[in-house]
Design a protein around this ligand. Structure first.
Ligand SMILES: [Fe+2]
Length: 319
């Protein structure tokens, strides 16, 4: 059966794929209608030439069946944390896959304790990666997903926030805390009806009022969790505040917004603009950067925007 729809699959980025990691697994691609199409039977191994051909065709993702997920995860853990030498890009792709996968699984539980415990481990793993001498933004950008979902968005925002914090001179421990805060910043969206979050049309005033509650709901969820720091609480509570006091949920001004919330705000808006949304296509990076720059001093902190812009420009070959 070449086509199957709406089945649970795990997406694998072919930039990081090795033939060994998917050995013995059926592989699928998505057609233009987003249907899964069988690309290769399990007994037919994929080799580097096949992978190169797929890249030339512009295919970025292959998909494996639900039943193969656990085996794939074990192989990824061995690449990410094992002693076997692998190229840095392969290890980074394995780590980012593990973080995203764990975020998806834990957010699906809607259990604050499980989510908070998982983010503690994940932020440690992510900060170790980000703070390595040989790590650069260019290593992580090609392997990020840009589909729409709170956990995908939060995972990407956590990398962007961590990379920004590292570049701004924060310590390794602060980077880890900031990554964790960013993983949790939209936790309150779990209280919002998915139909409103995914609505393709313009939101009504009532719907927008509901969306604007998510920083408060996230804050309330986190106040009950041990080990969540003040900075992380503020990242959740204040990431939609603006320097001129026109943000939400409170409308506080520049001096009252926590510096980590200011980092999260820049990372959050950049990620949202450059990702798929139910109502629009991803915005090109230069346009997203221009929006951030227009927001300097009224919405965003100028030093953080400048830092992000220079980080992106250093990696401009990707755009
Ligand atoms: Fe948010």
């Amino acid at each position: 059966m070449p086509y199957s729809q709406d089945q649970d699959r795990l997406a694998i980025n072919i930039a990081s794929m090795t033939s060994e990691s998917v050995e013995g697994m059926r592989l699928y691609i998505k057609d233009e209608q987003e249907n899964y199409v069988l690309y290769r039977e399990a007994e037919l191994p994929i080799d580097q030439d096949d992978i190169q051909r797929l890249k030339k065709r512009g295919v970025r993702w292959l998909y494996i069946e639900d039943a193969a997920k656990e085996t794939y995860r074990e192989r990824m853990r061995a690449i990410a944390f094992g002693n076997t030498p692998v190229p840095t890009s392969t290890r980074i792709a394995a780590i980012s896959g593990i973080v995203r996968d764990a975020m998806e699984t834990t957010f699906a539980t809607n259990d604050d304790e499980i989510i908070c415990n998982a983010t503690k481990t994940l932020s440690n793993v992510a900060a170790n990666m980000i703070c390595r001498e040989d790590f650069g933004l260019k290593d992580i950008l090609p392997v990020l997903h840009h589909d729409y979902g709170t956990f995908t968005h939060s995972t990407n925002v956590s990398y962007y926030s961590g990379v920004l914090a590292d570049a701004l001179g924060y310590s390794r421990d602060d980077v880890e805390e900031i990554v964790r805060g960013a993983l949790l910043h939209d936790l309150g969206k779990l209280d919002i009806d998915i139909k409103i979050l995914n609505k393709p049309d313009k939101l009504t005033d009532r719907e927008f009022r509901i969306i604007k509650q998510h920083p408060i709901q996230g804050f309330v969820r986190l106040t009950n969790q041990p080990g969540v720091t003040f900075g992380q609480l503020m990242m959740t509570y204040q990431h939609h505040e603006k320097l001129d006091g026109s943000g939400y949920p409170v409308g506080i001004g520049a001096d009252e917004i926590h510096p980590w919330a200011k980092i999260c705000s820049v990372a959050d808006v950049f990620e949202a603009l450059t990702s798929h949304r139910p109502y629009r296509k991803p915005m090109p990076t230069p346009s997203a950067l221009a929006i951030l720059e227009r927001g300097i001093d009224n919405t965003f902190d100028g030093e953080i925007v400048s830092c992000w812009k220079s980080l992106i420009k250093k990696n401009s070959t990707l755009f």
